[in-house]
Design a protein. Structure first.
Length: 268
């Protein structure tokens, strides 16, 4: 059984949250890195990917998986330093058609809202559609999971180094079909990284927005019998103290639960 680590570079949803009230858990939008014996994977390109870009060295090619194209999951990509290097090869994976992904990335960088056009980047960029049956990347078996979210989103079941990690950002619990698919994909996983933007009492006011509560995440994690639950995609207005409280309440029901924090590294 080989080594596997998961590093959180961004854990917030919707928009970045700077300031002292958000320092311990971090204010960057979603970006998670999996490091394995045969390479690494990058999950989403929120603002967390900016710092990751400065830390990377020698990875070739880079493998970036986009759960969907909402802005908080792609807004860090224009500032991802490896894209400005001719030596960089990067493959961008998505369950959507490659031309749809390319069009979205071009749109957020086109004039007059950004000074460098996407097509002017120096890196060699390849777009890959993630098939429903999954594929092998850097020694990992990766299978998409359909999530309930406006416009659609895909979670990921990642099997690598003898472990299974499930990434399920941007999912609104409560739909029997999609919840069942997520539970099945997560069954027995070493870790489930799960959308938990809302408090249970907030859910009725935000129905249809595509996000779950920490209580929803615990229910799904319990049904799937996962080893660890990482609450993710925190509300950008949720302070460190409030996230401490959510974590404490979650651990009363599932001791392995934790609120994901920027900079945390999980080793398996």
């Amino acid at each position: 059984m080989g080594d596997l680590s998961v590093r959180f570079w961004g854990v917030r949803g919707s928009f970045p949250a700077p300031g002292p009230d958000f320092a311990r858990y971090g204010g960057n939008t979603p970006c998670v890195q999996l490091e394995m014996p045969e390479g690494s994977l990058i999950l989403d390109a929120g603002t967390g990917i900016v710092r990751l870009g400065r830390a990377l060295s020698g990875a070739d090619p880079l493998h970036l998986f986009l759960s969907h194209l909402h802005w908080d999951h792609i807004q860090g990509l224009p500032f991802f330093a490896p894209l400005c290097q001719e030596s960089t090869r990067i493959r961008i994976y998505s369950a959507r058609e490659p031309e749809d992904v390319r069009a979205a990335l071009r749109m957020q960088m086109r004039h007059p809202v950004f000074p460098v056009a996407f097509d002017e980047l120096d890196a060699r960029i390849e777009f890959v559609r993630l098939p429903a049956g999954g594929l092998s990347v850097a020694g990992a078996e990766i299978t998409p999971i359909p999530l309930k979210h406006p416009g659609g989103a895909s979670g990921l079941r990642i099997e690598a180094a003898g472990r299974t990690i499930v990434y399920a950002s941007d999912h609104e619990a409560g739909d029997a079909l999609s919840d069942s698919a997520l539970v099945d994909a997560s069954r027995g996983a070493a870790a489930l990284i799960m959308d938990a933007q809302y408090l249970p009492e907030e859910r009725p006011d935000w129905s249809g927005r595509g996000h779950s509560s920490w209580a929803d995440a615990i229910e799904l994690a319990t049904a799937a019998d996962v080893d660890r639950l990482l609450l993710f995609h925190h509300d950008p207005w949720r302070s460190d103290e409030q996230l401490d409280d959510i974590q404490a309440r979650a651990r009363q029901r599932l001791p392995s639960a934790a609120a994901a924090a920027e900079g945390t590294v999980l080793r398996f």
